[in-house]
Design a protein around this ligand. Structure first.
Ligand code: SAM
Length: 288
């Protein structure tokens, strides 16, 4: 039987039959706007030769679209009640595997090896909002060769993540993402597209991981310490934030800023990715 998973009544009936009550704590806002999932599947760039890792399939509305464009889909779902629902709603597809589990506790390298072997792998998901940052950072920091990461997130989060490094909207998460991937907003989705509707609109964005970072840093851990310290108190001058969080003195930071053409009163949000990398490299050399 084929279900219309964008029909609110149908979804409510399936959930009721399986005794499932949607959980706010698990970020369970299911997509019911019929135009969104086909666009997301297309934006992922997945082809019949590729695999897709989906996080949180819910009742399978996006999974079904992914199964049509990709060679294989593996979906990880934390809610024990949903795999039996998915067995029913995705019965027409023989290229979908549902794994019950917490994505943050999943050994991704082993999952890729077991299920996708030599396939190119994309990530595509409508993320549970309460752990969006954790999931994205885990994916980006994993070092696994994901071809693309196409995810639905809260609009504000996408605005911050995809902001230009060196603009007022940027934050530590912006720098972290920009260091590892090309970040693009694809389209906006209104709150009314979900069951139940969340309080805010969402954005579908695509991150395309770089094989090597766009800027060279001597030591990644130190670079991120500098970035985190800089954004810790973003209203302070960078000189003050760095000196209060790291073993650096004001003169050292002032000279490093001067070397990249910035005054000692510069704030972190004024620095481009290149300038942040140069600053971290200079201070690292000073430290050594
Ligand atoms: N993909 C479906 C859709 O678009 O309608 C559901 C998306 S809903 C925003 C997020 C889904 O992620 C829910 O099914 C929820 O149970 C699941 N989820 C929440 N936390 C999770 C975790 N730590 N690991 C895996 N799945 C999780």
């Amino acid at each position: 039987m084929t279900y219309d998973l964008t029909n609110e009544k149908t979804v409510k009936q399936i959930l009721a039959r399986h005794g499932i009550v949607l959980s706010k704590a698990r970020g369970q806002n299911f997509l019911i706007n019929p135009t969104v999932c086909p666009r997301m599947a297309e934006a992922s760039g997945a082809t019949k030769q590729d695999g897709v890792l989906e996080i949180g399939p819910g009742v399978g509305v996006l999974t079904a679209q992914l199964a049509q464009v990709a060679g294989k889909v593996v979906s990880v779902e934390i809610d024990k009640g949903l795999p039996p629902v998915l067995a029913e709603t995705l019965a027409d597809f023989d290229n979908v595997t549902v794994i019950e589990g917490d994505i943050l506790k999943t050994d991704l390298a082993a999952l890729l090896q077991t299920h996708f072997a030599d396939m190119r792998v994309h990530v595509c998901a409508n993320l549970p909002y309460y752990i969006t940052t954790d999931i994205l950072m885990m994916l980006l920091e994993s070092g696994l060769p994901f071809a693309s990461i196409t995810v639905m997130v809260q609009k504000e989060f996408a605005d911050r993540l995809c902001a230009k490094v060196g603009s007022r909207q940027s934050g530590a998460v912006t720098v972290s993402a920009a260091f590892r991937a090309k970040c693009e907003k694809i389209f906006t989705v209104s709150a009314g597209s979900f069951l139940p509707p969340p309080k805010v609109d969402s954005t579908v964005m695509r991150l395309t991981p770089y094989p090597t970072p766009p800027v060279a840093v001597h030591d990644q851990a130190w670079f991120f310490k500098v970035v985190k310290a800089g954004f810790h108190q973003r209203r302070k001058t960078l000189q003050n934030s760095l000196c209060s969080c790291l073993p650096l003195d004001k003169q050292q930071v002032a000279s490093a800023l001067q070397a990249i053409g910035l005054p000692s009163t510069a704030r972190v949000e004024q620095l481009t990715l290149d300038q942040l990398a140069t600053l971290a490299n200079t201070l690292y050399t000073d430290l050594a």
